[in-house]
Design a binder for this molecule. Sequence first.
Ligand SMILES: Cc1cc2nc3c(=O)[nH]c(=O)nc-3n(C[C@H](O)[C@H](O)[C@H](O)COP(=O)(O)O)c2cc1C
Length: 303
Amino acid sequence: MKKILILYYSQSGQLKRVLDSFLSDLEDEEIKLDIKEITPKVKYPFPWPFYQFFDEFPESVFLDGCEINELEDLEDDYDMIILGYTVWYMAPSIPITAFMHSEQAKKVFKDKPVVTLVACRDMWVLAQEKVKEMLKAVDAKLIDHVALTDQGGSVLSLVTLPGFLLTGKKKPFMFFPPAGIKDSDIQEASRFGKRLNEALHQDKEKSGEALLKNLNAVSVNGKLIATEKIADRSFKIWSRLIKASGEKYSFGRKVIISIYVCFLITLLLTVVPLNILARKILNIFQKDKLKIMEDYYELPSGR
Ligand SMILES: Cc1cc2nc3c(=O)[nH]c(=O)nc-3n(C[C@H](O)[C@H](O)[C@H](O)COP(=O)(O)O)c2cc1C
């Protein structure tokens, strides 16, 4: 009998739907699942009030975490752990960060093979680098990574995701698709659990090798990596400013957040389109470099 621990935090339930599909062909009489939801002591609201949505920005970026409830009945002899997370401001969501920094994480992850599953808008590469560091810190062994992203690509989802997060509505409008991950992509996530089931029956998780190769588990768009790195640097500067302007949810923070949002909208309407165009031209001359980066960030599972 093998025991698999599944840890996740999902706010609107989208990541949970992805996980349910992922796990649908994993369990059988020889493989048992222990699914645990990480819960913050103070629930984050959904849909998000405008200022609170941006108020969580510095704490996400600086990986501060939040107070979470201790997980009950956690065992210490799991054969594999699946960590399902979403991305908040190019970092793992605050409750996931909190868990990864906890004493329970140190105990449960030690020497265990881990599969990470991310479900987010489009930008997860740097968040996954942070998760890799967190896993290293608790002596876990990352063996696979799966990433599902929103429909509509990186430009249209810049409108549909905030719309969904601030109103709770996913419906398509004008030429915009529905917000979130395509239903068919969610359904097809069952292929990962099926493959893990076969591998666990053959003890392959003990080899330390990736088990989800050739399943299109991840597909990194090399052209987005530079944008993520620039945005991450700018996030750190603005996070420092927002933190310095006052306590969480204070009036001081609201003032700086208002300036930041105006800055962001101006950036999105001016610099971002110019940057996309410049990168398109530059990337023609950097194909080999981009390929090397894509291959690196797609590890361990690859396409
Ligand atoms: C505060 C906040 C910040 C987010 N930042 C990002 C981001 O930087 N990159 C990204 O791809 N998705 C981002 N998302 C989208 C989430 O990763 C995720 O797709 C969405 O919140 C739905 O997840 P759920 O299952 O928890 O409801 C953000 C969501 C929230 C709430």
